[in-house]
Ligand binder design. Structure first.
Ligand SMILES: [Fe+2]
Length: 385
């Protein structure tokens, strides 16, 4: 890799060296960032190649010559300018933008700081005032930021009107409709398609495992709750996976490696997916958890020799999920909404006696992408790379 003797016009803030396939920029803070010429061309902000209004790329990435070189490079106040070996128009870059988007560090994909929790979170559940969230974008953005961190927050002071939870969803994002209900009424039903619509206890689970992309977020609104029993339970699956990684990495490997089938169906709809119960992201953190024992179909996709180990692994996962120290038990009051990350946090409930009272919740699903977008715009970060 040879260094070339380009003539630079540099200020004191930054200077540059040009190599065969990349440019090195030296920053005032002493750090250095290298940018491949192909990357620079790909991210050129000129009007021929980039649409400023939509912030979208117009030029085709695949049209960049693989042997693209810089002809000349100028580093001046407020601008890095590159002229190209293929004779096309110069590219101009804002140094601050380059620094912000530098990839020449061991930079991992942006991951929001996560707060993993156990039973202790029950006494410190992050709470927000519903009227404020419904009227103040900054407060709503703060609420989403807290939710991104913990996967479980509470709103208080919501009206107990029919479908208020749908108004809440529409305020922040969109209702993610599923095959069964747009707004689900969680109460004892005469013809239930799921145990949720009975007064039975519900083991800890995630919803809609039968979908290839289960709904990401559920909003759970308490309209009435004067039955005996029926407390809700919540468990942080990210915490469970972190514990399993330490205690039984083989169990975690099996839970992430073998797809099984999950099904949720009614008389009119049928959802069937095939995924490992635990899906991890590139950093090994929990991305999507599917855990609903009653939806797991016979293990015909797991190899014969693996099946006994699979059952051991499921037991190890279940043991962590059901450990009392990992579980928040919470009895919702009318006017409260629990916001739950359904890819991360499990929920369940105790059995209840509805002989002399009523337990009625309404629930909608949303997508975290839409909530995060609301938060970015509320924070003034919309469209900022
Ligand atoms: Fe559920």
């Amino acid at each position: 890799m040879g260094k070339h003797d380009y003539e630079f016009v540099s200020n004191k803030a930054i200077s540059a060296d040009a190599y065969d396939s990349f440019l090195a920029l030296y920053w005032q803070d002493g750090s250095v960032s290298r940018f491949h010429y192909q990357w620079l061309r790909d991210n050129c902000r000129s009007t021929e190649r980039f649409d400023a209004a939509t912030q979208e790329r117009k030029a085709l990435t695949e049209s960049i010559p693989c042997d693209l070189r810089a002809q000349t490079i100028f580093v001046e106040d407020g601008e890095v300018r590159v002229s190209w070996s293929d004779g096309t128009a110069d590219s101009h870059f804002d140094p601050a933008w380059l620094k912000r988007n530098s990839y020449d560090v061991q930079r991992k994909p942006t991951v929001l700081a996560q707060h993993q929790w156990g039973a202790e979170y029950g006494a410190a559940l992050t709470s927000f005032a519903y009227p404020e969230v419904m009227t103040d974008d900054a407060a709503a953005g703060d609420m989403v930021a807290a939710f991104e961190k913990t996967g479980l927050i509470r709103l208080t002071g919501a009206p107990t009107d029919d479908c208020e939870v749908e108004r809440f969803a529409n305020r922040l994002a969109y209702v993610r409709e599923i095959a069964f209900d747009r707004v689900a009424n969680i109460r004892v039903s005469v013809d239930p398609y799921t145990l949720g619509f009975t007064n039975a206890s519900l083991p800890l689970h995630t919803d809609c495992s039968g979908y290839s992309w289960p709904p990401n977020v559920m909003a759970f609104h308490c309209l009435q709750n004067d039955v005996a029993g029926g407390a809700s339970q919540y468990v942080d699956g990210a915490n469970v996976v972190a514990q399993l990684r330490k205690a039984d990495p083989e169990a975690l490997r099996i839970m992430t490696e073998y797809a099984v089938q999950f099904r949720l169906w009614s008389k009119n709809a049928d959802t069937l997916s095939q995924h490992p119960p635990v899906i991890l992201d590139e950093q090994g953190n929990l991305a999507v958890l599917r855990y609903a024992n009653w939806t797991v179909q016979p293990l015909k996709t797991v190899p014969f020799d693996v099946v006994p180990g699979w059952y051991d692994a499921w037991r190890a996962l279940a043991e962590r999920i059901n450990a009392p120290e990992n579980r928040v038990s919470y009895r919702c009051l009318p006017g409260e909404i629990l916001l739950i990350n359904n890819h991360r946090v499990l929920h369940g409930r105790d059995a209840f006696d509805d002989g002399e009272g009523t337990r009625h919740f309404q629930q909608v699903y949303m997508e975290l992408d839409d909530l995060s977008g609301f938060r970015r715009i509320a924070q003034g970060k919309g469209g900022v790379a």
